[in-house]
Write a protein that binds this ligand. Structure first.
Ligand code: NAD
Length: 481
């Protein structure tokens, strides 16, 4: 049985309660983990609080060295971690390896920033003779990192890498259905030399463990990724203690294909952007608006790609798309599809659960493309978190932008055009935190700040900008002597 990590040691729950982890492709039991209650969460918070002063006072380049050592250890265990991730989450092994590697790269990126002295404060001349001002950056204290199940490792790294490198200590809470790969990586980072208590992991329900992290006054910051509804609750509750919050929430990314687009490139990017991770990505192409002039070609090419995708259990080396993570998620997707069809939408490919071996025991769903879906349908209004792609015909770029912005979400977006003026108009007007032009809507880069607008949240992950969200600035006035 895997164990949690509290104060640098393996930890179980005093109640003896455990959570079963099942393989979404087969339903088989993969492992059990202790189910923490309030008591264990408080222990982890106390450990992080106790470790904070020492870690914050450790020289930045020394912190970086320790993180680099942990990252190197994690790199030696990529296959083991990837295999755990595939078994608990369902994604193809190839994608799990990429994700595990991205975890390591993210830790290395922030460790390097601190090792190289690239993170700096400011010196500001003041209008007082003999005095000058300094702006110094200080860590916040204990950070609670709350993570969903779709990309458990990259979303963990997005929080712990900048937080730890900047001198904060962390209590991480993975989703209850994907704790195994997270626990293993936290163990390896601890083995790399993190002082006990600097990085802890506690597993349990959001309503218990997550709530304690949000309400406990010793936690100064919540880095949260998850659904918009949960994020709103997190923000409201964190307000009572004036905690810092970063909210990375749901999305319904639009993709616009202009009349002058490279249709081959657009179709490829849209298919990858929608079906990667079985459509369960915050940054996934969820609504497509194609100019009338190229509509038929784009639809045909996306459908052809959807037909070719190899759906199989993630452990099958040839799998390109695994099962959905939960049975409930598949039911929600099916209800959104039914709503679209009931309103007149036409399914061009997919639309069913694949049948027979090896699909019957898992949460599989076919890559699905629908057209002629009226604007009132749920797929245009809600987030669709699975392999379901609605494509709409539009008569102008103006109409495409209007439709794209007609959503409560504002996370990612993409567009395909050869005309720089159109690209500029799209960049200026799309209400989104990220915009790909003639590129696959897929990864968030370490170098570039990432985060949403509107109901997709606020605050940034990645880039040097994330450090503003894991530090606070103190202004100092130095007098002459
Ligand atoms: P979720 O909101 O159900 O859960 C996310 C995390 O919050 C889990 O660890 C969960 O246990 C915890 N949680 C749940 N209720 C809580 C509560 N009351 N208090 C504290 N913590 C609580 O989300 P999910 O279904 O696991 O993830 C999918 C969602 O995440 C999608 O909407 C997706 O778009 C979004 N997401 C956003 C980003 C981004 O960067 N913007 C990235 C990935 C996923």
């Amino acid at each position: 049985m895997s164990t949690m990590v509290i104060d640098g040691k393996p930890a179980t729950a005093r109640s003896g309660a455990t959570i079963e982890i099942h393989d979404p492709a087969t339903g088989e039991l993969v492992d059990r983990v202790p189910q923490a209650g309030v008591e264990e969460t408080r222990q982890a918070i106390e450990a992080a609080h106790g470790a904070y002063r020492g870690w914050a006072d450790t020289l930045p380049h020394k912190r970086a060295q320790i993180l680099m050592k942990g990252a190197a250890l994690a790199r030696q265990h990529l296959d083991e971690v990837a295999s755990l991730l595939t078994r608990e989450q369902g994604k193809p092994l190839r994608d799990s390896k990429i994700e595990a590697e991205r975890f390591v790269e993210n830790i290395e990126f922030y460790a390097s920033l601190f090792a190289s002295g690239a993170v700096r404060g400011k010196m500001i001349p003041l209008s007082v003779p003999g005095a000058y001002g300094l702006v110094v950056k200080r860590p916040l204290g204990v950070v609670g990192a709350i993570i969903p199940w779709n990309f458990p490792l990259t979303l963990l790294a997005n929080k712990i890498a900048p937080a730890l490198a900047a001198g904060n200590t962390v209590v991480a809470k993975p989703a209850s259905s994907t704790p195994l790969s997270t626990i293993r990586l936290v163990e390896l980072l601890n083995e790399g030399g993190l002082p006990p208590g600097v990085l802890n992991v506690v597993v349990g329900p959001g309503a218990v463990v997550g709530q304690e992290l949000i309400k406990n006054p010793k936690v100064r910051k919540i880095g949260f990724t998850g659904e918009t509804g949960t994020g709103k609750m997190v923000m409201a509750e964190a307000a009572s203690d004036l905690k810092h919050v970063t909210l990375e929430l749901g999305g319904s990314d639009p993709s616009i294909v202009c009349d002058d687009a490279d249709v081959e490139m657009a179709a490829k990017a849209i298919a990858i952007g929608r079906f990667f991770n079985c459509g369960q990505a915050c940054l996934a192409v969820k609504r497509v608006f194609v100019h009338d002039a190229v509509y038929d070609q784009v639809v045909e090419k996306v459908v052809a790609r959807a037909k070719k995708l190899k759906v199989a259990p993630g452990s099958d080396a040839s799998a390109q798309m695994g099962p959905m993570h939960t049975a409930g998620g598949r039911e929600t997707l099916e209800a959104q599809l039914k709503d679209a069809v009931d309103r007149g939408g036409r399914v061009l490919v997919g639309g069913q659960r694949p049948r027979g071996v090896p699909f019957d025991k898992g949460n599989f769903f076919e890559p699905t493309v629908i057209v002629d879906v009226p604007w009132e349908a749920r797929v245009w209004r809600e987030e669709t978190f699975g392999p379901l792609l609605p494509i709409a015909r539009v008569q102008s770029l103006e109409e495409a932008i209007e439709r794209a912005n007609d959503s409560e979400f504002g996370l990612g977006s993409s567009a395909f055009t050869r005309d720089i003026k159109k690209a500029q108009q799209i960049i200026d007007r799309l209400e989104a935190g990220y915009c790909w032009i003639n590129q696959v809507n897929l990864v968030a880069y370490d170098e570039l700040p990432f985060g949403g607008t509107k109901h997709s949240g606020f605050g940034k992950e990645h880039g040097v900008e994330v450090l503003d969200f894991y530090t606070e600035e103190k202004s100092v006035i130095m007098g002459g002597v």
